[in-house]
Write a protein that binds this ligand. Sequence first.
Ligand code: NAD
Ligand code: ZN
Length: 343
Amino acid sequence: MKALVKSRAEPGVWLEDVPEPEIGINDVLIRVCIAGICGTDVHIHRWDAWAQRTIPVPLVIGHEFVGEVVEVGSNVTGFAPGDRVSGEGHVVCGRCRNCMAGRRQLCAHSIGLGVQRPGAFAELVALPMTNVWHHWPRVPDEVAAIFDPLGNAVHTALTFPVLGEDVLVTGAGPIGCMSVAVARHAGARHIVVTDLGPGRLELARRLGATLAVDPREQDLGDVQRELGMTEGFDVMFEMSGNADALRSGIGQMAHGGRIAILGIPTAPVELDLDPVIFNMLTLRGIYGREMYETWYQMSVMIDSGLDIAPVITDRFAYTDYEEAFAVAGSGGAGKVLLDWREI
Ligand code: NAD
Ligand code: ZN
């Protein structure tokens, strides 16, 4: 089958013919229809320091996808050829304390699809049945293809209650923008978004931001006054991985404010803990999606009118993957999709 493979320890990924995945008795074999390019895939393509210490070469990459079941192992129930599914990209051990207690997202030994095991930028991908999610009928295919990053946005945005609250979102990448739409759907009042790029700020407005600003041009205190806010933001989603964004956000929070941190910094971050302590802030790290409550929440919200389709800005056939990776890595696009159906 055709697959995008990180086959050499140097920048790039390569379209190659590789053997079809073999499935065990508990596995599901899925024909990939549409896949999404994640920032992680861009890191792997660039072969930065994180990728060099993380990715075993050679490896089929990719983890965001929607596809169709083609075969199931002899022990599999509940899935049949033809089912429309996506995969949860964290394959957990099932035996550690957290897994045994049903907190699978906290597994201490999870293995990443397309990061540590063969991924979804391929005609076929195999996953254990416990990692496969049935899509509900009203979820559009392209939205189904990005349930993985939408899950990051939903997990972050619903970690703290946002009904009636004023929310600050730092970073308007695809995940930050989707979190705006989710917070809007969940009843937030003002949603202020910061980013350094005009294209990204425009995308945030399309997904429901009250105001989207470049923090180098507009002071967040002035923004609060403009909106008639008096006590600071109640909830913040850190979606940039940028230390300045986190630090300045902390200074804009109301007493008792809550901060969910999804953005991954590229280096250790120095923080002044005074406002955290004296203003009694809560900081919570967010990783992946809750298994499988986040998947349920995504399905319910899409079913009840949440529209995140505007975050998808570019579509390519998988054979044009180099162009697709260039657009995804440009920092200006929204979500970039690769079509794996016959072309
Ligand atoms: P992205 O890189 O496309 O978006 C980040 C945005 O932050 C960019 O638009 C950038 O311009 C903006 N930014 C940079 N400095 C800023 C500043 N000082 N103030 C405001 N904005 C600033 O990333 P994405 O794909 O949307 O993902 C968001 C973040 O979440 C990334 O850091 C990514 O690595 C991380 N991530 C975490 C998880 C997890 O499970 N924790 C999963 C996926 C992605
Ligand atoms: Zn575990």
